[in-house]
Design a protein around this ligand. Structure first.
Ligand code: ADP
Ligand code: MG
Length: 288
Protein backbone atom coordinates (compact mmCIF):
# COMPACT_ATOMS: atom_id res chain seq x y z
CA UNK A 1 0.00 0.00 0.00
CA UNK A 2 1.05 3.57 -0.66
CA UNK A 3 1.52 5.75 2.45
CA UNK A 4 -1.02 8.58 2.52
CA UNK A 5 1.63 11.29 2.48
CA UNK A 6 2.53 10.44 -1.08
CA UNK A 7 -0.89 11.53 -2.29
CA UNK A 8 -0.23 14.91 -0.74
CA UNK A 9 3.07 15.05 -2.65
CA UNK A 10 1.56 14.14 -6.00
CA UNK A 11 -1.31 16.57 -5.40
CA UNK A 12 1.10 19.29 -4.33
CA UNK A 13 3.11 18.86 -7.51
CA UNK A 14 -0.03 18.85 -9.63
CA UNK A 15 -1.04 22.18 -8.07
CA UNK A 16 2.18 23.51 -9.68
CA UNK A 17 1.32 21.99 -13.06
CA UNK A 18 3.64 19.04 -12.60
CA UNK A 19 2.31 15.57 -13.37
CA UNK A 20 4.04 12.85 -11.31
CA UNK A 21 3.13 9.41 -12.67
CA UNK A 22 3.66 7.50 -9.42
CA UNK A 23 4.77 7.87 -5.81
CA UNK A 24 7.96 5.91 -6.55
CA UNK A 25 9.08 8.78 -8.80
CA UNK A 26 8.72 11.27 -5.96
CA UNK A 27 10.97 9.09 -3.83
CA UNK A 28 13.50 8.71 -6.68
CA UNK A 29 13.41 12.45 -7.36
CA UNK A 30 14.10 13.28 -3.71
CA UNK A 31 17.45 11.46 -4.05
CA UNK A 32 18.54 13.39 -7.15
CA UNK A 33 22.08 14.72 -7.07
CA UNK A 34 22.74 15.19 -10.81
CA UNK A 35 20.33 17.00 -13.13
CA UNK A 36 21.00 16.65 -16.85
CA UNK A 37 19.23 18.95 -19.31
CA UNK A 38 18.65 18.92 -23.03
CA UNK A 39 19.14 22.42 -24.49
CA UNK A 40 16.65 23.10 -27.25
CA UNK A 41 13.08 23.40 -25.99
CA UNK A 42 14.17 22.60 -22.42
CA UNK A 43 16.48 25.43 -21.28
CA UNK A 44 15.85 27.49 -24.42
CA UNK A 45 12.47 28.33 -25.92
CA UNK A 46 12.92 26.15 -28.99
CA UNK A 47 11.67 29.04 -31.10
CA UNK A 48 14.40 30.16 -33.49
CA UNK A 49 14.57 33.47 -35.36
CA UNK A 50 16.46 33.81 -38.61
CA UNK A 51 19.36 36.22 -38.07
CA UNK A 52 21.33 35.82 -41.30
CA UNK A 53 21.13 34.16 -44.73
CA UNK A 54 24.29 33.64 -46.80
CA UNK A 55 23.88 32.22 -50.32
CA UNK A 56 25.93 30.92 -53.22
CA UNK A 57 24.29 31.22 -56.67
CA UNK A 58 20.72 31.50 -55.40
CA UNK A 59 18.63 34.28 -53.85
CA UNK A 60 18.01 34.40 -50.11
CA UNK A 61 14.28 33.97 -50.74
CA UNK A 62 14.88 30.83 -52.81
CA UNK A 63 17.23 29.36 -50.22
CA UNK A 64 14.71 29.90 -47.43
CA UNK A 65 11.96 28.46 -49.61
CA UNK A 66 13.94 25.29 -50.37
CA UNK A 67 14.83 24.87 -46.70
CA UNK A 68 11.22 25.37 -45.61
CA UNK A 69 9.96 22.83 -48.16
CA UNK A 70 12.57 20.26 -47.14
CA UNK A 71 11.76 20.79 -43.43
CA UNK A 72 7.98 20.83 -43.79
CA UNK A 73 7.38 17.23 -42.66
CA UNK A 74 9.49 17.48 -39.50
CA UNK A 75 8.30 18.65 -36.09
CA UNK A 76 11.83 19.52 -34.90
CA UNK A 77 11.92 23.06 -33.38
CA UNK A 78 14.33 24.08 -36.18
CA UNK A 79 11.88 22.92 -38.85
CA UNK A 80 8.91 24.63 -37.23
CA UNK A 81 10.93 27.87 -36.97
CA UNK A 82 12.09 27.81 -40.61
CA UNK A 83 8.53 27.22 -41.79
CA UNK A 84 7.37 30.18 -39.74
CA UNK A 85 10.15 32.37 -41.16
CA UNK A 86 9.14 31.34 -44.69
CA UNK A 87 5.56 32.29 -43.86
CA UNK A 88 3.91 31.09 -47.08
CA UNK A 89 1.77 28.05 -47.77
CA UNK A 90 3.67 24.86 -48.63
CA UNK A 91 2.49 22.93 -51.69
CA UNK A 92 2.87 19.37 -50.39
CA UNK A 93 2.49 17.88 -53.86
CA UNK A 94 6.00 19.17 -54.65
CA UNK A 95 7.64 17.17 -51.85
CA UNK A 96 8.56 13.49 -51.76
CA UNK A 97 11.09 11.06 -50.27
CA UNK A 98 11.39 12.89 -46.98
CA UNK A 99 14.02 11.54 -44.62
CA UNK A 100 14.73 12.96 -41.17
CA UNK A 101 18.25 12.22 -39.97
CA UNK A 102 18.38 12.65 -36.15
CA UNK A 103 21.12 15.01 -34.96
CA UNK A 104 21.91 15.97 -38.55
CA UNK A 105 18.92 17.46 -40.38
CA UNK A 106 16.65 16.46 -43.24
CA UNK A 107 16.76 15.22 -46.81
CA UNK A 108 13.83 15.58 -49.21
CA UNK A 109 12.98 15.75 -52.89
CA UNK A 110 11.47 19.15 -53.65
CA UNK A 111 10.43 19.99 -57.22
CA UNK A 112 12.40 16.83 -58.13
CA UNK A 113 15.60 18.25 -56.70
CA UNK A 114 17.29 16.60 -53.73
CA UNK A 115 17.53 19.07 -50.86
CA UNK A 116 19.76 18.58 -47.83
CA UNK A 117 19.21 20.92 -44.89
CA UNK A 118 21.14 20.48 -41.68
CA UNK A 119 24.36 20.94 -39.79
CA UNK A 120 28.03 20.48 -40.75
CA UNK A 121 27.80 16.79 -39.76
CA UNK A 122 25.12 16.29 -42.41
CA UNK A 123 27.18 18.02 -45.12
CA UNK A 124 30.29 16.02 -44.15
CA UNK A 125 28.40 12.73 -44.25
CA UNK A 126 27.15 13.51 -47.77
CA UNK A 127 30.56 14.66 -48.98
CA UNK A 128 29.49 18.26 -49.57
CA UNK A 129 31.96 21.11 -49.09
CA UNK A 130 30.28 23.76 -46.96
CA UNK A 131 31.10 27.33 -45.97
CA UNK A 132 33.23 27.82 -42.90
CA UNK A 133 30.93 29.16 -40.21
CA UNK A 134 33.23 28.70 -37.19
CA UNK A 135 33.02 32.36 -36.24
CA UNK A 136 29.25 32.48 -36.09
CA UNK A 137 27.45 32.14 -32.79
CA UNK A 138 24.11 30.72 -33.75
CA UNK A 139 22.63 27.48 -34.96
CA UNK A 140 23.53 26.96 -38.60
CA UNK A 141 21.44 25.20 -41.21
CA UNK A 142 23.51 24.46 -44.32
CA UNK A 143 21.62 23.77 -47.56
CA UNK A 144 22.66 21.79 -50.63
CA UNK A 145 20.59 21.23 -53.78
CA UNK A 146 21.35 18.23 -55.98
CA UNK A 147 24.72 17.83 -54.30
CA UNK A 148 25.75 21.45 -54.75
CA UNK A 149 26.27 23.70 -51.74
CA UNK A 150 23.93 26.72 -51.80
CA UNK A 151 24.57 28.50 -48.51
CA UNK A 152 23.39 28.62 -44.93
CA UNK A 153 20.75 30.11 -42.67
CA UNK A 154 21.75 31.27 -39.19
CA UNK A 155 19.01 30.92 -36.60
CA UNK A 156 19.03 31.69 -32.92
CA UNK A 157 17.01 30.64 -29.95
CA UNK A 158 16.45 32.42 -26.63
CA UNK A 159 17.03 31.14 -23.13
CA UNK A 160 13.74 30.69 -21.26
CA UNK A 161 12.94 33.43 -18.74
CA UNK A 162 13.21 31.16 -15.72
CA UNK A 163 16.13 28.90 -16.73
CA UNK A 164 18.71 30.81 -14.70
CA UNK A 165 16.56 30.74 -11.59
CA UNK A 166 15.92 27.05 -12.25
CA UNK A 167 19.64 26.27 -11.99
CA UNK A 168 20.16 28.55 -8.96
CA UNK A 169 17.29 26.87 -7.12
CA UNK A 170 18.68 23.40 -7.84
CA UNK A 171 22.03 24.43 -6.37
CA UNK A 172 20.27 25.80 -3.26
CA UNK A 173 18.64 22.39 -2.85
CA UNK A 174 22.08 20.78 -2.80
CA UNK A 175 22.14 19.36 -6.35
CA UNK A 176 25.81 18.53 -6.93
CA UNK A 177 26.00 18.59 -10.70
CA UNK A 178 24.02 20.42 -13.40
CA UNK A 179 24.79 19.30 -16.94
CA UNK A 180 23.60 20.25 -20.43
CA UNK A 181 23.68 17.92 -23.43
CA UNK A 182 23.15 19.31 -26.91
CA UNK A 183 23.40 18.36 -30.53
CA UNK A 184 24.06 21.99 -31.33
CA UNK A 185 27.52 23.48 -31.86
CA UNK A 186 30.12 23.84 -29.12
CA UNK A 187 29.95 27.61 -29.47
CA UNK A 188 26.20 27.81 -28.88
CA UNK A 189 26.33 25.17 -26.14
CA UNK A 190 29.10 26.90 -24.19
CA UNK A 191 27.41 30.29 -24.43
CA UNK A 192 24.15 28.96 -22.98
CA UNK A 193 25.95 26.96 -20.27
CA UNK A 194 27.95 29.99 -19.19
CA UNK A 195 24.92 32.27 -19.07
CA UNK A 196 23.08 29.76 -16.90
CA UNK A 197 25.95 28.76 -14.62
CA UNK A 198 25.79 25.07 -15.51
CA UNK A 199 28.62 22.87 -14.20
CA UNK A 200 29.18 20.89 -17.41
CA UNK A 201 28.26 21.05 -21.07
CA UNK A 202 28.65 18.46 -23.83
CA UNK A 203 27.93 19.66 -27.39
CA UNK A 204 27.75 18.29 -30.94
CA UNK A 205 26.20 15.08 -29.65
CA UNK A 206 24.14 12.63 -31.67
CA UNK A 207 21.10 11.11 -29.90
CA UNK A 208 23.18 7.97 -29.18
CA UNK A 209 26.04 10.06 -27.74
CA UNK A 210 23.55 11.58 -25.28
CA UNK A 211 22.71 8.10 -23.94
CA UNK A 212 26.44 7.39 -23.58
CA UNK A 213 27.05 10.63 -21.61
CA UNK A 214 24.12 9.87 -19.30
CA UNK A 215 25.50 6.38 -18.69
CA UNK A 216 28.88 7.87 -17.82
CA UNK A 217 27.25 10.34 -15.39
CA UNK A 218 25.16 7.52 -13.86
CA UNK A 219 28.36 5.55 -13.22
CA UNK A 220 30.04 8.57 -11.59
CA UNK A 221 27.36 9.44 -9.01
CA UNK A 222 27.13 7.82 -5.57
CA UNK A 223 25.12 4.56 -5.65
CA UNK A 224 22.38 5.78 -3.30
CA UNK A 225 21.81 9.00 -5.28
CA UNK A 226 19.95 9.58 -8.53
CA UNK A 227 20.29 11.28 -11.87
CA UNK A 228 17.33 13.09 -13.42
CA UNK A 229 17.17 13.97 -17.10
CA UNK A 230 14.98 16.78 -18.41
CA UNK A 231 14.13 17.00 -22.10
CA UNK A 232 11.50 17.95 -24.65
CA UNK A 233 11.71 14.46 -26.11
CA UNK A 234 12.62 15.44 -29.65
CA UNK A 235 15.48 13.03 -30.31
CA UNK A 236 15.95 12.36 -26.60
CA UNK A 237 13.31 9.76 -25.68
CA UNK A 238 16.03 7.07 -25.18
CA UNK A 239 17.82 9.28 -22.61
CA UNK A 240 14.55 10.01 -20.82
CA UNK A 241 14.10 6.28 -20.40
CA UNK A 242 17.70 5.65 -19.28
CA UNK A 243 17.79 8.23 -16.44
CA UNK A 244 16.71 7.34 -12.89
CA UNK A 245 13.98 9.96 -13.30
CA UNK A 246 12.89 11.13 -16.76
CA UNK A 247 11.27 14.56 -16.84
CA UNK A 248 9.56 15.88 -19.99
CA UNK A 249 8.33 19.27 -21.03
CA UNK A 250 4.59 18.87 -21.64
CA UNK A 251 3.87 21.92 -23.76
CA UNK A 252 6.47 21.87 -26.51
CA UNK A 253 7.33 18.24 -25.86
CA UNK A 254 6.43 15.37 -28.16
CA UNK A 255 3.76 12.82 -27.27
CA UNK A 256 6.45 10.14 -27.22
CA UNK A 257 8.34 12.09 -24.54
CA UNK A 258 5.27 12.58 -22.40
CA UNK A 259 4.67 8.84 -22.68
CA UNK A 260 8.30 7.92 -21.87
CA UNK A 261 8.66 10.36 -18.95
CA UNK A 262 8.08 9.69 -15.25
CA UNK A 263 7.27 13.34 -14.57
CA UNK A 264 5.79 15.94 -16.94
CA UNK A 265 6.12 19.71 -16.52
CA UNK A 266 2.97 20.96 -18.17
CA UNK A 267 3.94 24.61 -18.69
CA UNK A 268 7.55 23.91 -19.74
CA UNK A 269 9.14 25.99 -16.93
CA UNK A 270 12.46 24.43 -15.85
CA UNK A 271 12.16 26.08 -12.40
CA UNK A 272 9.40 23.55 -11.65
CA UNK A 273 12.08 20.87 -11.25
CA UNK A 274 13.40 22.44 -8.04
CA UNK A 275 9.83 23.06 -6.88
CA UNK A 276 9.05 19.36 -7.36
CA UNK A 277 12.26 18.17 -5.68
CA UNK A 278 11.35 20.33 -2.68
CA UNK A 279 7.86 18.80 -2.56
CA UNK A 280 9.38 15.31 -2.91
CA UNK A 281 11.78 15.90 -0.01
CA UNK A 282 9.01 17.25 2.22
CA UNK A 283 6.75 14.35 1.32
CA UNK A 284 9.45 11.82 2.15
CA UNK A 285 10.03 13.39 5.56
CA UNK A 286 6.31 13.22 6.31
CA UNK A 287 6.03 9.67 5.05
CA UNK A 288 8.91 8.33 7.06
P1 ADP B 1 19.29 19.34 -29.53
O1 ADP B 1 17.93 19.16 -28.96
O2 ADP B 1 20.33 19.16 -28.51
O3 ADP B 1 19.45 20.57 -30.35
P2 ADP B 1 18.97 17.48 -31.79
O4 ADP B 1 19.50 16.10 -31.80
O5 ADP B 1 17.52 17.66 -31.90
O6 ADP B 1 19.60 18.10 -30.49
O7 ADP B 1 19.67 18.31 -32.98
C1 ADP B 1 21.04 18.46 -33.05
C2 ADP B 1 21.46 19.30 -34.19
O8 ADP B 1 21.15 18.62 -35.41
C3 ADP B 1 20.75 20.64 -34.30
O9 ADP B 1 21.39 21.63 -33.52
C4 ADP B 1 20.87 20.89 -35.78
O10 ADP B 1 22.16 21.41 -36.10
C5 ADP B 1 20.74 19.54 -36.40
N1 ADP B 1 19.35 19.23 -36.76
C6 ADP B 1 18.53 18.33 -36.17
N2 ADP B 1 17.33 18.29 -36.76
C7 ADP B 1 17.37 19.23 -37.73
C8 ADP B 1 16.43 19.70 -38.69
N3 ADP B 1 15.19 19.22 -38.77
N4 ADP B 1 16.85 20.67 -39.55
C9 ADP B 1 18.08 21.17 -39.50
N5 ADP B 1 19.00 20.78 -38.61
C10 ADP B 1 18.66 19.83 -37.74
MG1 MG C 1 16.15 18.16 -28.40
Amino acid sequence: SIPLGFFGGIGGASAHGVLVKGSNYLEALSKTETVVFDKTGTLTKGVFNVTEIVTEGITKEELLEMAAYAESYSNHPISVSLLKAYGKKIDNSKISDVEEIPGHGVKAAVYNKIILAGNAKLMKSKGIKYADSDNITGTIVHIAIDGIYKGYIVISDEIKADSKKAIENLKKLGIQKTVMLTGDSRKVGEKVAEELGLDLVYAELLPGDKVEKVEKLLAEKPKNKNLSFVGDGINDAPVLARADVGIAMGGLGSDAAIEAADIVIMNDEPSKIATTIKIAKKTLNIVR
